[in-house]
Design a protein around this ligand. Structure first.
Ligand code: UD1
Length: 430
């Protein structure tokens, strides 16, 4: 299993181009199941998660072709025919969002058998809201032996979906199904994340009638069929925020390009409060810190446009070196502080109680061996390693490969001392 080694202390200076958003790309790829015509996705990130989903889609009947386009990586997806409505445990387990093929399969063919994804390290992560939404569209759902059996022999019908709380995945899933349902679907208390707007834009290019995406009420007029389209995946706001924090942690000046600063305004406000210089520009933003001590600030994660839970671990790494005590409250996932004990191995002073972490800033971190536990947690360890004295080795970097494209390359281009160590370590458990 690969590891990443970082020798801390180098400042970051330069430019980092931001890739297409993983969390958007994987839902857009699932949308290709809804039409027999080709869907061409540009600005595609090349990640383990997009590869997993590509494999699953190929099993279901999608032709998946990766190419290098004029403006970077593209993926052409074409599902002339659904050859199987079966998504096995092995593939869904590897990447939870694979579960989102259920809605499109059901909408296009009237049936599907998709594995339940199970829990993960950041919490139980149920899919009850996804299933209730599909039931509201007339699907019959049965659960047996870890699988969802879904049927809508006469096709899906539009309906009213009142979400009890915001769920990004369930809102997207319902959208992916309702576009081909008969009649109107109205969703209330819908999630407002930018990836949902990206999905709605792409579906509308494919001939769907979705309005209100990005607000809490989404209306969809179902259509008989969708057609092909070309769509550019939105920039990855979590990757943007991650490198913004990395630059603040290491010090120096980094320009983040091909992205948008407004997607991470809540993070940037906190960074400015902590004493980091942030300058937005047309194509992204510049982050600058010239050795001044950081100030401890309080953060509470929330749904968009609040502070993204996917940036919480990175911000915690930053706060380990701040002056004073910061409090970070996690309100989205129940168990999302797995990075705290690993940061403590680097010398951080963190006390976790329930959904709250108290971080008392220390003078310096010291390199150590640490273990990645999930995608965002693992990158927080890399960020901490950038500022730690000596060498930090992050184990289980397959988590990082799921969501960060060319991470070592992007950071080393700005002067970070970071390299990948290939291969196994004897005795390491998976
Ligand atoms: C998505 C993102 C993830 C991000 C999260 C919150 C993808 C692939 N992942 O995850 O990176 O951290 O949004 O912004 O886009 N819940 C239920 N029942 C359900 C569905 C969700 O109880 O049926 C709960 C979850 O356990 C969680 C909360 O709702 O506590 C929010 O989850 P949700 O917004 O659905 O997150 P994901 O779509 O899984």
């Amino acid at each position: 299993m690969d590891r990443i080694a970082i020798t801390g202390g180098a400042r970051l200076n330069g430019e980092i181009p931001i890739s297409g958003a993983k969390n958007s790309a994987i839902k857009l790829m699932a949308a290709s199941l809804l039409t027999e015509e080709p869907l061409r996705l540009t600005n595609m990130p090349r990640l383990a998660d997009t590869r997993f989903l590509g494999k699953l889609l190929q099993r279901l009947g999608t032709e998946v072709v990766e190419a290098e386009g004029e403006d970077g990586p593209e993926t052409l997806l074409r599902t002339k025919e659904i050859v199987s409505g079966f998504a096995p445990y092995d593939l869904v387990r590897q990447m939870r969002a694979s579960f989102n093929v259920l809605g499109p399969l059901l909408a296009r063919t009237g049936q599907a058998k998709v594995s339940l994804p199970g829990g993960c390290t950041i919490g139980a992560r149920p899919v009850d809201l996804h299933l209730k939404a599909l039931e509201a569209l007339g699907a019959r759902i049965d659960l047996h032996e870890g699988y969802v059996y879904a049927q809508a022999p006469g096709g899906l019908t539009g309906g009213r979906i009142d979400f009890p709380f915001n769920s990004v995945g369930a809102t997207e899933h319902a959208m992916l199904a309702a576009v081909l349902a008969r009649g109107e679907t109205v969703m209330t208390n819908a999630a407002c994340e930018p990836e949902l707007v990206d999905l709605a834009d792409c579906l509308n290019k494919m001939g769907a009638h979705v309005t209100g995406a990005g607000t809490s009420v989404i209306r969809i007029q179902g259509v008989g069929q969708l057609h092909g389209a070309v769509h550019a995946v939105m920039p990855d706001r979590i990757e943007t925020g991650t490198y913004a924090v990395a630059a603040a942690m290491a010090g120096g000046e980094v320009r983040l390009t091909r992205t948008r600063s407004d997607f991470i305004q809540a993070l940037l406000d906190k960074m400015v409060e902590a004493g980091v210089e942030v300058t937005p520009h047309n194509d992204g933003l510049t982050v600058r810190r010239n050795g001044a001590l950081l100030k401890a600030v309080e953060v509470e994660t929330g749904v968009y446009p609040g502070f993204a839970t996917d940036l919480q671990a990175q911000f915690m790494a930053l706060m380990t070196l701040a002056d004073g005590e910061s409090v970070i409250k996690e309100t989205i996932f129940e168990n999302r502080f797995m990075h705290a004990p690993e940061l403590s191995r680097l010398g951080a002073d963190i006390a976790v109680q329930g959904g709250e972490a108290r971080i008392r800033g220390v003078q310096a971190l010291e390199g150590a061996q640490v273990m990645a536990t999930d995608l965002r947690a693992s990158v927080s360890l890399v960020i901490a390693g950038l500022a730690a004295r000596g060498e930090t080795v992050v184990h289980r970097v397959y988590h990082l490969d799921r969501g960060f494209e060319r991470l070592e390359q992007k950071l080393s281009d700005c002067g970070a001392q970071i390299r990948r160590l290939k291969g196994d370590i004897e005795g390491e458990e998976d």
